[in-house]
Design a protein around this ligand. Structure first.
Ligand code: ADP
Ligand code: ASP
Ligand code: MG
Length: 436
């Protein structure tokens, strides 16, 4: 069985939903994972922010605007009165539920429940549309099988067992529709897999049922060789290895959720990135195959903070790095890049929640400098086998850009370069011009 995930833009209007329906009706059984319609999760975040601030008028304004949009979508999506009525019932049920949160206390629990409504609505709309077309489809409630543990990691054993149960209880359908992004946590409360997490849902489901293939359908024809939001003339990369795709996703290629490659890699399930607007395009095939001797793509990760610890004493005496790492570990803050010299060590983090405590603790070991508003530029490809000449090309492309840190050799397919956020777009463009 294949898993097909369609993102927000792919289900962003009534006509897009109809296009997706056509795409999935090829006679094969499949599980279809849907995001919320584009813009919906952002609106739900906005509503939650108003409710945290007890601004009920602000929240109601966004809620009513969003509800009106959905009423319009329902009108355009269904052709029979019977299904228009069913669709409107779904909308009013979910919006009445959202409105019920404007009266009481508002905590993170209520926030997560509100954030889940987008995917619950889009999947109900699609399922009803398929049924109106006479298709034998079934809604699989993600909240019955998708779960994260106490460390916010997917509980893969639970997911596997409960997805099997849900599928067994619903045999005989041609198409199964389920919600991306949403899940329950270790306490059984509604939670989510972080923004963009529908990709992760698709790969977790793929891994749980050992799918033949996981397809991520979006609004672009695969992983491009640079970020198309900032660089003109980027082109799709036809093949990527799991490791290359994981690096690109982790280092900012928004087309894939950072963690979604791992479940596919572990189970050796190919992942295809495809374009809903151009379904015949080849897109990108992510598999265990490594293409040799080429730079595949460039990505940029924003909101990075660099921390430098300088020590007059023997900084790199053994045990020193352990003490430094332990400080980050005790604040559950992962390190992305690291460089060392005899007098100092620099690291980067992308999570500033505990930065003040971390800096305080690090001061035990030397002087500490913090640089915020940094960006990691990540060049990904087969860089060991083909490293001859590539480093020169990369750095000569960046000759006008001040470089704060360089990390190379940690893996055979990644060179990471830390620069100021202000230089990001220029650096991405210079690299495209120099490398492709
Ligand atoms: P979806 O809503 O389908 O999940 P996303 O917006 O999350 O879609 O991801 C698709 C977007 O990712 C593209 O529209 C594109 O702007 C952006 N993007 C960033 N980097 C890349 C890249 N290297 N290749 C392709 N798309 C990229
Ligand atoms: N709807 C969620 C978001 O906008 C999840 C997703 O689209 O992947 O982040
Ligand atoms: Mg996405």
């Amino acid at each position: 069985m294949k898993i097909l995930k369609f993102g927000g833009t792919s289900v962003g209007s009534a006509s897009r939903i109809k296009d997706v329906a056509k795409l999935i009706l090829d006679g094969e059984n499949k599980i279809v994972v849907l995001s919320a319609m584009s813009g919906t999760t952002n609106s739900l975040v906005e509503i939650a922010n108003y409710l945290y601030k007890k601004n009920h008028d602000g929240a109601n304004e966004v809620i009513n605007k969003l509800e009106q949009k959905y009423i319009q979508h329902i009108e355009e999506l269904y052709s029979t009165q019977e299904y228009k009525t069913k669709g409107l019932e779904v909308i009013s049920e979910h919006f009445n539920y959202i409105k019920s949160f404007t009266k009481d206390i508002f905590t993170i629990f209520e926030e997560k429940t509100i954030l889940a409504q987008g995917e619950l609505i889009s999947t109900s709309m699609m399922n009803l549309y398929l049924q109106e077309q006479g298709i034998n489809s079934c809604l699989l409630p993600a909240l019955e099988f998708m779960r994260i543990d106490k460390n916010n990691e997917p509980d893969t054993a639970y997911i596997k067992e409960n997805l099997q149960k849900t599928l067994e209880a619903n045999q005989g359908y041609d198409i199964y529709i389920t919600q991306g992004y949403i899940c329950r946590n270790a306490f059984g409360e509604i939670d989510n897999l972080q923004r963009g997490g529908s990709d992760y849902t698709a790969s977790l489901i793929g891994a749980a049922i050992l799918a033949d293939e996981i397809q991520i359908w979006t609004d672009i024809d695969g992983m491009h060789n640079n970020d198309p939001r900032f660089v003109e003339g980027t082109t799709p990369v036809s093949d990527l290895s799991f490791d290359e795709a994981a690096e690109l996703a982790y280092f900012g290629a928004k087309i894939l959720h950072p963690t979604c490659v791992l479940p596919a890699k572990v189970n050796n399930i190919p992942v295809r990135l495809l374009n809903t607007m151009d379904p015949k395009a080849h897109g990108t095939l992510i598999s265990s195959r490594q293409c040799e001797k080429r730079i595949a793509a460039i990505a940029a990760k924003d909101n990075i903070t660099a921390i430098k610890i300088k020590s007059g004493r023997m900084l790199l005496a053994y045990g020193f790095l352990r003490k430094v790492f332990e400080i980050f570990e005790s604040y559950k803050t992962p390190i992305d890049m690291i460089t060392t010299s005899e007098v100092g060590v620099s690291v980067t983090i992308d999570n500033n929640r505990h930065i003040d405590d971390i800096v305080d603790d690090l001061k035990k070991y030397g002087t500490v400098e913090v640089d915020k508003d940094q960006v990691i530029i990540c060049v990904v490809g087969d860089l060991i086998a083909s490293s001859k000449g590539y480093a020169t090309k990369i750095f000569s492309s960046l000759k006008e850009v001040p470089i704060r840190m360089i990390s190379y050799g940690g893996s055979s397919h990644n060179i990471s370069i830390l620069i100021n956020a202000d230089d990001k777009v220029a650096a991405l463009r210079a690299l495209s011009a120099g490398l492709f």
